[in-house]
Design a protein around this ligand. Structure first.
Ligand code: NDP
Ligand code: MG
Ligand code: MG
Length: 340
């Protein structure tokens, strides 16, 4: 078993003496800044003028332009959207990083794929919460936490690992457990997970099931409940007790169907495709495509997004959810919350 660290294993002193600049105040940024402040750390927020800036000021933070925040800080946590990080880094961060300070990230993409190359006289570490930013805050307030991965890319002061651990504790992650990783492992597993299973895998499994039923003449509403709505109920069982717990709760008929038909749908061929997806991530092919897509102002991203939102399952779903007031309001209308 990998070694999971908790609050009792971590020293906070090393970070207590340092000033932390949290750059960005979105999903992760607001959670890190608030949790660190509540944990007794000295936090300044770095932002451009705008919505986030107003929110951070309302929350009582000193908010400075990114360059100024970096200049005053000993630890700079970059919580900008991944695709914006290289531009902001080269415009406002790099030249202002103090020698012997630390720069940190919540996802390894830009360091691992060399889109951001920090100078050789700073520490570089990762604290990647394994959960959405708003839960990083909510669970902290409730006295719990979201687990996190930490890793060190560059250690010039000899303190990088201790800083990463103290930071993990400051945002509440050490209450749930922190696990050592590398930028490479965090980046590749995070991208693979969201592409093959969590986002790409599940959306396409749901759509294929829905289309199979509706194309066979079944009512779209029935297909929606069967293939999308009920997923949450099943996932809750998986989350609470793994595959065994889910199989315990469903009927034996469902469990038998799981055993005999599941492998007909997701099989060795699917796994071969997953290996291709992983290979594209490992080779940098996926990263290259995403970087170029952003440079071209996201033509494919936007066209696909529009087409996906018009799918029959989405049309039916919108109508059915209106009639289910107990279903929580979508995050996108409330606040940007869930990212993986
Ligand atoms: P968000 O999109 O939620 O927030 C981005 C923040 O950056 C906003 O406050 C935005 O402010 C600010 N910003 C954007 N562009 C600029 C700019 N040019 N100059 C200054 N500020 C800017 O990002 P996330 O919190 O989702 O992601 C941050 C990092 O955390 C990423 O590396 C991501 O991979 C990682 N991560 C995210 C998770 C999540 O739950 N969301 C989970 C684990 C890791 P403004 O209002 O001005 O636009
Ligand atoms: Mg993730
Ligand atoms: Mg991700």
């Amino acid at each position: 078993m990998a070694k999971v660290l908790y609050e009792k294993d971590i020293q906070q002193e090393v970070l207590k003496q340092r000033k932390i600049a949290v750059i960005g105040y979105g999903s992760q940024g607001h959670a890190h800044a608030l949790n660190l402040r509540d944990s007794g750390y000295d936090v300044v927020v770095g932002l451009r003028p705008g919505k986030s800036q107003q929110k951070a000021e309302q929350d009582g933070f000193e908010v400075l332009p990114v360059a100024d925040a970096v200049r005053t800080a000993d630890v700079v946590m970059v919580l900008l959207p991944d695709e914006q990080q290289p531009t902001v880094y080269y415009q406002s961060i790099q030249a202002n990083l103090k020698s012997g300070s630390a720069i940190a990230f919540a996802h390894g993409f830009n360091i691992h794929f060399s889109q951001v190359v920090p100078p050789l006289d700073v520490d570089v570490f990762l604290v990647a919460p394994k959960g959405p930013g708003h839960l990083v805050r909510r669970t902290f307030v409730e006295g719990a936490g979201v687990p996190a991965l930490y890793g060190v890319q560059q250690d010039v002061t000899g303190n990088a690992k201790d800083l990463a651990l103290a930071y993990s504790q400051g945002i509440g992650a050490a209450r749930a457990g922190v696990l050592e990783t590398t930028f490479q492992e965090e980046t590749e597993t995070d991208l693979f997970g969201e592409q093959a299973v969590l986002c790409g895998g599940i959306t396409n499994l749901i759509k294929a099931g829905f289309e199979t039923l509706t194309e066979a003449g079944y009512q779209p509403e029935v297909a929606y409940f069967e293939c999308l709505h009920e997923v949450k109920l099943i996932v809750d069982l998986l989350y609470e007790g793994g595959l065994e717990n889910m199989r315990y709760s469903v009927s034996d008929t469902a469990q038998w169907g799981d055993f005999v038909s599941g492998p007909r749908v997701i099989n060795e061929e699917t796994k071969e495709r997953m290996k291709e997806v992983l290979a594209d991530i490992q080779s940098g092919e996926f990263a290259k495509g995403w970087i170029l897509e952003n440079q071209a102002n996201r033509p494919k991203f936007n066209a696909t997004n529009k087409r996906e939102n018009q799918h029959l399952i989405e049309q039916v779903g919108r109508e059915l959810r209106e009639l289910m007031p107990f279903v929580e309001q979508p995050i996108q209308t409330k606040q940007k919350d869930v990212k993986v």
